[in-house]
Write a protein that binds this ligand. Structure first.
Ligand code: ADP
Length: 680
């Protein structure tokens, strides 16, 4: 039983393939995690890094509390089950299951107990005397599961274990593995390319594509709230219908118009509270997603539906309990070709349709999904990143939603109307703007507060519980953006500052404390010498010592001596200022890139303005201004051509000229620039 922590994990193969990028997730004890995605997306590579069968290029992997990047696979307390069962053909089932335990020289009775128990759990007790070739595929995979179970691992890793089985057996084994997970109470990580397997087994699923994590969530949330078109299309069968179209706000409604047909449907504007208003201009192409079960041809449903659309039927697929009806919303379309007008409808009714027939279909728009046509990211996010509001600036007064606030002195902008972007994490509780609380939702460990202000819905991500019907809020002005005619006229203060530099090594001669080993050796030598001297010249009147001298444990009071040694020192050269690299950071850089390649690379060092302090020595910077947001002040500096912000202490009244910046080395993100890999 164990939790796992994966932080900024990367894998670059020697041939340069970047198989896994910035994989970060916390896995709780006893979870059943499934990595799913198309072939080549990096799932097996990630699993193999957890197993220790592949080196981790960069990042930190913890099993329980232990960092295991450099721990041998056999010492990681994990067991792995592969697609090809990898059983020894000349051994019986019993011997196959017991093999690993025998290698570990486990007592015979314990081996017997564990094998019998595992065989019972897996229902293969009666086959223990058989050879693998006398068993079916499903039974063989049970044996290989048995071999993993008897190790009583903290984590079970399964790499496509059911791919070699036929469909019926796969379904059966799926539920057996799920049952096994419950019974063992062990953390499971399971790799598959089959989304049905993922959906039926995982407590949480990691959807991957091209080496990048797309979304991590429960099966239900992935289905209901896909964060992008890829996840929407990958999860669920048949695949979600995707159409192209536009959205236009008309009064309190929004018209959804489908491209390549004159179909149009209307929904209340309340559906779009979380959507950037710019998408509702009737011009920007968006992707409209609707699952097959959210379209209905049932005449009663159609009669009552708020939104209907014409469909030309082409053909159907009978699945027994339900029928998939294919058609096109473009009357010229053929319903066979995958296109932006083809539609698949899940139908449970018995109405027969003929090819070419034109029917009305009801759309359940409560379940509509919308994506940006270019980035394919959802434009109806569960947690909106920004609140997009109309605003007006007059002198130093910013007005929005019937509120007026004074702009901090640093924000300068010409008077006039604009679009105001307030990130949902820039709205803080406590303040004198009063908003009505509409709801608070727990989403993926965050609290999303919905509020009504000036007739609009606004959203804030907060830490506190809210139980009142109104709240006072304030806005973190350093995070706002104002746009006018699409141009950014007020920009937020960057949350991250970035420096360039290198990683260097130097040989120096220094007095260093002797190592524990050197010290023990020295003390032993000294004691021996003293004993010898005592023996050679016994004090007068005393008997020579009979007993052999025992070397005592090193006394604690003995001082540690220093030794003059040539040592290698590693430094971070950040914008030409040198900082000693702490041992762990140096080792992580070297481990990631190997000693040979680590020094001739370019690095980017990133931190927040809060992680920099002014000091006597450090990165040379030229102060070009003080950025005063009222509650907080920052120095705007130039380092070479880069603009850097530094949080100022209240004690600093003014600042100008050349200063030196000291970054908090422990908080630095160190990124290898050409490969764009975060190493620390
Ligand atoms: P998946 O398990 O999702 O099918 P993999 O993790 O096996 O994907 O592979 C991810 C990517 O890494 C693919 O592009 C694959 O070709 C590449 N890859 C896998 N193993 C190696 C290897 N040993 N050397 C080089 N490239 C590899």
């Amino acid at each position: 039983m164990a939790s796992l922590s994966l932080k900024h994990i990367y894998k670059v193969y020697p041939n340069g393939v970047k198989a896994v990028n910035d994989f970060t997730m916390e896995i709780e004890d006893k979870e059943f995690i499934v990595f799913v995605g198309p072939s080549g997306c990096g799932k097996s590579t990630t699993l193999r890094m957890i197993a220790g069968l592949e080196d981790i290029t960069a990042g930190e992997l913890k099993i329980g509390d232990l960092v295991v990047n450099d721990v041998e696979p056999k010492d990681r307390d994990i067991a792995m089950v592969f697609q090809n069962y990898a059983l020894y053909p000349h051994m019986t089932v019993f011997e196959n299951i017991a093999f690993g335990l025998r290698l570990r020289k486990m007592p015979r009775e314990e081996i017997n107990r564990r094998v019998k128990e595992a065989a019972e759990i897996l229902g293969i007790t009666e086959y223990l005397g058989r050879k693998p070739k006398e068993m079916s595929g499903g039974q063989r995979q049970r044996v290989s599961l048995g071999r993993a179970i008897v190790r009583e691992p903290k984590v079970m890793l399964l790499d496509e274990p059911l791919s070699n089985l036929d469909a019926k057996l796969r379904t059966q084994m799926r539920s057996e593995i799920a049952k096994l997970h419950k019974r063992l109470g062990t953390t499971f990580i399971y790799v598959t390319h089959d989304q049905i397997e993922a959906m039926t087994m995982g407590t949480r699923i990691v959807v991957m594509k091209d080496g990048f994590v797309q979304q991590i969530d429960t099966p239900k949330n992935l289905y209901n709230y896909p964060g992008n078109k890829f996840v929407a299309g990958f999860i669920g069968t048949p695949q979600m219908n995707f159409f192209e179209g536009t959205l236009k706000k008309v009064g309190d409604n929004v018209e959804i118009a489908f491209h390549n047909t004159d179909a149009k449907v209307t929904v209340p504007y309340s559906y779009f509270y979380k959507t950037r208003p710019a998408y509702l201009n009737g011009e920007t192409t968006v992707i409209i997603g609707l699952r097959a079960e959210n379209v209905s041809l049932d005449p009663e449903t159609v009669a009552k539906a708020a939104a209907t659309i014409k469909v030309k039927i082409s053909h159907k697929e009978e699945l027994g309990n339900e029928t998939l009806i294919y058609g096109d919303i473009n009357m010229e379309g053929d319903g066979y070709t995958e296109s932006s007008t083809r539609i698949i409808i899940k139908s449970a009714d018995d109405v027969e349709h003929v090819a070419g027939e034109i029917v009305d279909a009801a759309l359940d728009l409560d379940h509509v999904h919308l994506f940006d046509a270019e980035t394919e990211v959802s434009i109806l996010p569960r947690i909106p990143e920004f609140n997009y509001l109309d605003c007006d600036v007059q002198g130093k007064t910013l007005s929005f939603l019937g509120q007026s606030v004074t702009l901090p002195s640093v924000i300068e902008c010409e008077s006039g109307a604009g679009e105001l972007l307030i990130p949902s994490d820039a709205i803080k509780l406590g303040g004198n703007i009063v908003a009505q609380v509409v709801g608070i939702e727990d989403i993926l460990g965050k609290k999303l507060l919905s509020m009504e202000l000036g007739g609009r819905r606004i959203f804030a991500v907060v830490d506190e519980e809210v139980t009142t019907s109104t709240v006072g809020i304030s806005i973190d002005m350093k995070k706002i953006t104002i746009l006018r005619d699409g141009q950014e006229i007020v920009s937020p203060m960057p949350e991250v500052v970035s420096f360039d530099g290198n990683f260097v090594k130097k040989k120096v001669v220094e007095d260093v404390p002797e190592t524990a080993q050197e010290r023990a050796k020295r003390l032993a030598k000294e004691q021996k010498k003293a004993a010898k001297a005592a023996k050679a010249a016994p004090a007068e009147g005393e008997q020579p010592q009979e007993e052999p001298v025992t070397i005592e444990e090193t006394p604690v009071e003995e001082p540690v001596l220093t030794k003059r040694k040539k040592i290698v020192k590693f430094s971070l050269l950040i914008e030409n200022a040198e900082f000693p690299a702490p041992e762990d950071i140096a080792q992580r850089l070297i481990a990631a890139l190997s000693l040979k390649r680590v020094f001739d690379k370019k690095y980017r060092f990133e931190c927040t303005p809060y992680d920099l302090t002014l000091a006597e020595e450090g990165i040379e910077a030229e102060v070009v201004g003080i950025v005063d947001y009222g509650e907080e002040r920052f120095a705007r500096c130039l380092v070479g051509e880069k603009t850097i912000y530094v949080k100022l202490d209240d004690s600093i009244a003014s600042l100008s000229g050349t200063v030196h910046l000291l970054p908090d080395i422990d908080k630095l993100a160190i990124i290898q620039a050409d490969m764009d890999i975060r190493l620390v």
